[in-house]
Write a protein that binds this ligand. Structure first.
Ligand code: UD1
Ligand code: MG
Length: 452
């Protein structure tokens, strides 16, 4: 166990920002990237970094943000910052949590979703070796707008906000990522010494550095890649964050043994789980909650969400798997097939143009082209149960609730409204009428009418 893993850690997430530049009815931290809210990414990173408790600081009336925090990090406490008076003021909104004797207090921003657990772990590490404040620094390509790290010799002595900085200080590229780790035993005392004498008249968290230095306490800087601390303030930056998540997720999928033929065209979610030797063809979208077993093939242009795909399954091209689709080993779901809330048994085939919803399909069953489970009567949903080794003829409608027993056979073009017992043959369509010579006479009559 590492020193920091043994230490008790509180994470304070600042999420009281208005996010006005998003031009959205949704609070900024509830916008999504890689299938998860920005807040969700930050909370998950903190948990993976070994944080024991979470305090989320939200703006007034933001029950939606509080609910998302509770969903992603059960047990998270929410605190309201009634007025926006700066980052230190926001942290102090969580005073009651900070008071609870943690070894480490980690401060993160709800709109900085790309922060990785390993970066948070290294941010905490110096606390175990006597530092009272650790600042996450990075070399900014363009430092405009960031606080600059002011050092004397080897030591950090202050963080100067852009608005308060001299020209000389503005030339510094080493910038404040905004995230910090503070020794829990000192946190309240240091935060409460921060004043509001600066260009914005706010309580700046960054001033904690000067406060600590004046008290003779050790301050450390941990370096991070710029991508980790990139914030999301508008839709363009949201797209930049999405792109960064996608490149991380694609790399992770490939290093785990999946082949992505054209990785830049495959879109993954934060929780997409691809097995070994999975092959993903171009232009596939994975929504949240998809697992794919070893050796499965996802052909081009599929859209998958909330689906559990077994080993050696073949999906697509042009298939849609919706939440609750569960495909057992070796099942085949072909082109223009939609599956929702349905279990498809081992080796079953749904090869062409079908809709299978609220259903179970037994092993080795074969559903012909155009098979449709009619699951909705306009008021309620009903289930269709298809047994093992069933054969459903092309263009059949199965009107739920209905059960097709093991080994049964449904004739092409049937509309099945009654249960079919095992091994029975059901034909539910009008009988064919054939009239010899009648087509020729009909055509002659039509031609005569046109000529007249
Ligand atoms: C802050 C840092 C700056 C750093 C930059 C990194 C301060 C004073 N400055 O500046 O050094 O380079 O982040 O991105 O800390 N918030 C609240 N309540 C408030 C104010 C802010 O909850 O009263 C939240 C915001 O929602 C946001 C975070 O704190 O999540 C940072 O606030 P923001 O206004 O973006 O600070 P910056 O000016 O970017
Ligand atoms: Mg900011």
């Amino acid at each position: 166990m590492t020193a920091s893993a043994a230490r008790r850690c509180l994470t304070v997430v600042l999420a009281a920002g208005e996010g006005t530049r998003m031009r959205s009815n949704l609070p900024k931290v509830l916008h999504k990237a890689a299938g998860r809210t920005l807040l969700g990414h930050v909370l998950a990173a903190a948990q993976e970094a070994g944080s024991d408790a979470t305090a989320v600081v939200v703006g007034p009336g933001r029950e939606d943000v509080a609910a998302e925090a509770a969903r992603v990090a059960p047990g998270a406490r929410t605190f309201v910052q009634a007025e926006r008076r700066g980052t230190a003021h926001a942290v102090l909104a969580a005073r009651e949590a900070i008071r609870d004797d943690y070894d480490d207090v980690l401060i993160v921003y709800g709109d900085t979703p790309l922060i990785r657990p390993e970066t948070l772990r290294s941010l905490r590490a110096p606390l175990a070796h006597g530092a009272s404040v650790v600042v996450l620094g990075f070399e900014a390509r363009d430092p405009t707008g960031y606080g600059r790290l002011i050092s004397r010799g080897e030591s950090l002595v202050a963080i100067r906000e852009e608005k308060d900085a001299s020209d000389e200080e503005r030339a510094i590229r080493l910038s404040n990522g905004g995230l910090m780790a503070i020794a829990g035993g000192r946190a309240l005392e240091l935060l409460e010494k921060i004043g509001d004498r600066n260009a914005k008249g706010e309580f700046y968290l960054t001033d904690i550095v000067e406060v600590a230095v004046m008290s003779g306490l050790a301050v450390a800087v941990e370096a991070a890649p710029e991508a980790d601390v990139q914030g999301v303030n508008d839709r363009s930056q949201l797209a930049v964050a999405e792109a960064e998540f996608q490149s991380r997720l694609r790399a992770k999928a490939m290093s785990g043994g999946a082949t992505l033929v054209a990785p830049e065209t495959v879109f993954l979610s934060h929780d997409t789980a691809l097995g070994r030797d999975v092959l993903v063809e171009p232009n596939v979208v994975f929504g949240p909650g998809v697992t794919v077993g070893d050796g499965a093939v996802i052909h081009a242009f599929c859209h998958l969400e909330g689906a559990d795909i077994g080993p050696d399954v073949s999906v697509g091209p042009f298939a849609r798997l919706r939440p609750g689709a569960t495909l057992a080993t070796g099942a085949r779901v072909g082109n223009f097939v939609e599956v929702k809330n349905a279990e498809v048994g081992e080796g079953a085939k749904l090869n062409h143009l079908a809709y299978v919803g609220d259903a179970s399909v037994g092993p080795r069953a074969n559903l012909g082209a155009g098979t449709v489970t009619c699951n909705y009567d306009g008021i309620a949903k009903h289930r269709t149960t298809i047994g093992a080794d069933v054969f459903i003829g092309t263009n059949s409608s199965l009107v739920a609730p209905v059960t097709i027993g093991d080994g049964a056979y449904v004739g092409t073009g049937s509309v099945v409204t009654d249960d079919v017992p095992p091994d029975a043959l059901a034909i539910a369509r009008a009988r064919q009428v054939t009239k010899p010579g009648r087509a020729a006479r009909l055509k002659a009559a039509f031609r005569a009418r046109k000529g007249a």
